[in-house]
Each structure stands twice: as structure tokens, then as C-alpha cells.
Design a protein around this ligand. Structure first.
Ligand code: SF4
Length: 326
């Protein structure tokens, strides 16, 4: 009953402390269903049984200068992930049309690399302008580190939201990336908010971080006022620096999602990469704390498929928010 009662107090505005968040992550498997039910109480209060669908466009792949240990597009990674330069405006607009046909609420244009070149930013902005004229869909872009000027340009072109994950805690970040810093990432998050775009920022669990690191990441996302939080679960890719780690267990993933729901009661929380690989047959339970998913796969790995996602949502009694009528 503890977590159910704590959920009620969350709805009364009594925030979760760091100690409570850690205690939640340390709770036993015997408590898992009660914990998910408690997280669902909060989720239902703010979002009902609606699930928002996001579709990713891998607009520029591979060839990255950075050394993020988890990433199959990192410069030092020895993977067979695709490598290509930024797609053309028409390809990006066509991707938005496809996403809209799937009833996606958001179309997420993602590029590899530390930060966008001027010509690349111009292409993204032109695509955003054309999409906004033609397709009723929210646009999110993920382009790496941004300057103030770049952020304002994206906002002016009609980009609604910018993704820039904090990835982990400040303490753990140097263990997974040495080519840029946690402070760099936080600065971009602050620039995005100051420019008037929404901020999508989350992270990845299962990289060897401690439970305390997960709690610190959750509270750091409070500090940067993330509007939307994607949580990825490490599915170690062969050829990356983390290839020998094991996947986090389904219960571990679900507890972490529940902790994020308790810490960020009214924010969009998305079950992101690794959903199928790490949660397996338990992935449907992730919809109880989370209210959003990616469908049609991720950047370099496929998902279970759009039809399967829709079937899972419907059979569990949830429904997709229909944006096609907009
Ligand atoms: S996460 Fe982004 S910045 Fe880091 S290596 Fe991968 S593509 Fe590059």
C-alpha cells in the first residue's frame, strides 16, 4: 500500500525526494505490480489511457566525431550501422507525411554528429517550413549541441521541440563520453528552453550506472525543465564500447519508468529504444507508467513493427491519440 498512498500524495503536490526515488528503485520484485499500479494512478490522472505515437526519421546516419560508448554511430564503433549524409528536404517532408498516416503526434528528425553545420541547419529549417504548411504534425529535431542562434533559427522555422538527452548523471557521464561534457549537454538544454521550443530530454539506463545515478538524472531533468522524457534501455550493440554488458532486466526497466513517473508526474514519458529487446513479453506493462512510445523502430535498430504496437496498445485497453483529424 505504501506506493499507492505515495502516489495519492504526489497528486496532492507532495514531491518525491531523492531518498524516496532511490528507495523506489530498490524495491523488490514482489512490490512491482503495486508500484506499477501506483505509477498508473498518476499517469491516468494526467493522461488517461492515451498513448502518443512518435516516429523517428534517421536523417543523417553514422560518421560521428563523438565517442558515446553506447552508440553504434560513434566514430570508434565497429558496426555495420548505415552511413549517409543529411537527407534532402523532400525526403524529410515525405517522412512527415508517412508519420502522419500512422497517426503519429510527433515526427522526430534525428541526425548523427556533435552539432549541425550551417548548410544542414538550412535544410532542416526548410523541411520544417514545408512540413508546417502541409502536414498537421508536431516537429521534433535532434541535431546535437546548439548555439543560441541555431536554436532561434529552428524555432522561427516552426520546429516545436528539440531533443537533447542528458543520457545519465553528471557523475557518470565521463564514463560514457569524453568528446563533450555533461555541462555541454545541459547548456544546449537551457538554450532550447530559452528559445521557446519545448525540450525533449531523457537518457539511457543499463550502461553500468548506479541507481543513485538514475535518480540524479531524473532530478537533473527537473532542473532543465524537460517537457518530454524518453527513456532508453541499453541493448548492447556488437562493435560498441558497451558490447559486453548485459541488458537491464524487465523489472529493472519497469521500476525505472515508475520512478520517472513519480518524479515527473505530469510530463510525457516515452518508452524508447530497447523496449522490445529489454522488456520482451513484459513491454505492455511499460504503458502503465509511460504514456508515449516510438513506433516503426529506432535509429539503427528495428522495433517489433507498427501493427504489433497498435495491437499491444488496443489489447491492453489503451488508445492512440488521433492527430489525423487535426
Ligand atoms: S549519440 Fe549522437 S553524438 Fe554520440 S556518438 Fe552517437 S550520433 Fe554521435
Amino acid at each position: 500500500m505504501f506506493w499507492s498512498e505515495r502516489a495519492q500524495r504526489i497528486l496532492q503536490g507532495i514531491h518525491l525526494s531523492r531518498d524516496e526515488a532511490l528507495r523506489l528503485l530498490m524495491s523488490s520484485d514482489d512490490e512491482l505490480l503495486e508500484l506499477l499500479n501506483a505509477a498508473f494512478t498518476i499517469r491516468k490522472h494526467y493522461f488517461g489511457r492515451a498513448v502518443t505515437i512518435h516516429v523517428i526519421q534517421n536523417a543523417k546516419s553514422g560518421l560521428c566525431s563523438e565517442d558515446c560508448a553506447f552508440c553504434s554511430q560513434a566514430g570508434g564503433a565497429n558496426t555495420d550501422s548505415p552511413r549517409y549524409a543529411l537527407q534532402k528536404v523532400e525526403e524529410l517532408v515525405e517522412g512527415a507525411r508517412d508519420a502522419h498516416r500512422l497517426k503519429a503526434m510527433r515526427y522526430c528528425i534525428v541526425t548523427s554528429g556533435k552539432s549541425p553545420e550551417t548548410e544542414e541547419l538550412d535544410i532542416i529549417c526548410e523541411a520544417a517550413r514545408q512540413i508546417k504548411k502541409e502536414v498537421p504534425i508536431q516537429i521534433c529535431v535532434s541535431l546535437g549541441l546548439l548555439t543560441v542562434g541555431q536554436s532561434l533559427k529552428l524555432k522561427k522555422a516552426g520546429v516545436d521541440r528539440f531533443n537533447h538527452n542528458l543520457e545519465s548523471s553528471e557523475r557518470f557521464y565521463p564514463s560514457i563520453c569524453t568528446t563533450h561534457s555533461f555541462a555541454d549537454r545541459k547548456r544546449t538544454a537551457e538554450i532550447v528552453k530559452a528559445s521557446g521550443m519545448e525540450l525533449c530530454s531523457g537518457g539511457l539506463i543499463g550502461m553500468g550506472e548506479s541507481l543513485e545515478d538514475r535518480v540524479e538524472m531524473a532530478f537533473a531533468l527537473h532542473e532543465v525543465e524537460a517537457d518530454s522524457i524518453p527513456l532508453n534501455f541499453l541493448d548492447p550493440r556488437p562493435g560498441t564500447a558497451l558490447e559486453n554488458l548485459t541488458r537491464p532486466s524487465p523489472a529493472d526497466c519497469l521500476r525505472t519508468l515508475a520512478m520517472f513517473r513519480f518524479v515527473h508526474p505530469d510530463k510525457e514519458i516515452r518508452v524508447a529504444g530497447g523496449r522490445e529487446a529489454c522488456l520482451g513479453s513484459m513491454q505492455v506493462l511499460s504503458l502503465y507508467p509511460a504514456n508515449s512510445i516510438f513506433t516503426k523502430g529506432y535509429l539503427t535498430t528495428p522495433g517489433q513493427g507498427y501493427e504489433e504496437d497498435m495491437d499491444m496498445i488496443a489489447k491492453a485497453g489503451f488508445h492512440v491519440t488521433d492527430w489525423t483529424a487535426a
